[in-house]
Design a protein. Structure first.
Length: 94
């Protein structure tokens, strides 16, 4: 059996949709890691969503967490966000 690191890499390579979660009322480190991992996976053309419950600490406002973090797993809110992003990037297509 492969080591855990190899297993995680294999799972991430095979996945198209990835959900990143953190505990309730996450720490700054947990939220920062969730934002960073989500942005990284999206750059790899994965459909990655980060979900959390609680307040965003003011120390993270410079990361624009509202662009990355979701308050729930409602796929319709994700579809609206993606649709809005597409309309912003490619207005000629709308």
């Amino acid at each position: 059996m492969d080591d855990p690191k190899t297993q995680v890499i294999s799972y991430l390579k095979d996945a198209d949709h990835i959900l990143v979660t953190v505990s309730n009322n996450p720490t700054v480190d947990q939220l920062s890691a969730a934002i960073g991992l989500t942005l990284f996976l999206n750059k790899l053309n994965k459909h990655c969503t980060a979900v959390f419950s609680g307040a965003v600490p003011s120390t993270l406002e410079f990361l624009n967490p509202e662009r990355t973090l979701e308050k729930n797993t409602d796929s319709r809110s994700e579809e609206r966000r993606v649709g809005k992003e597409c309309r912003t990037r490619w207005p000629a297509l709308t």
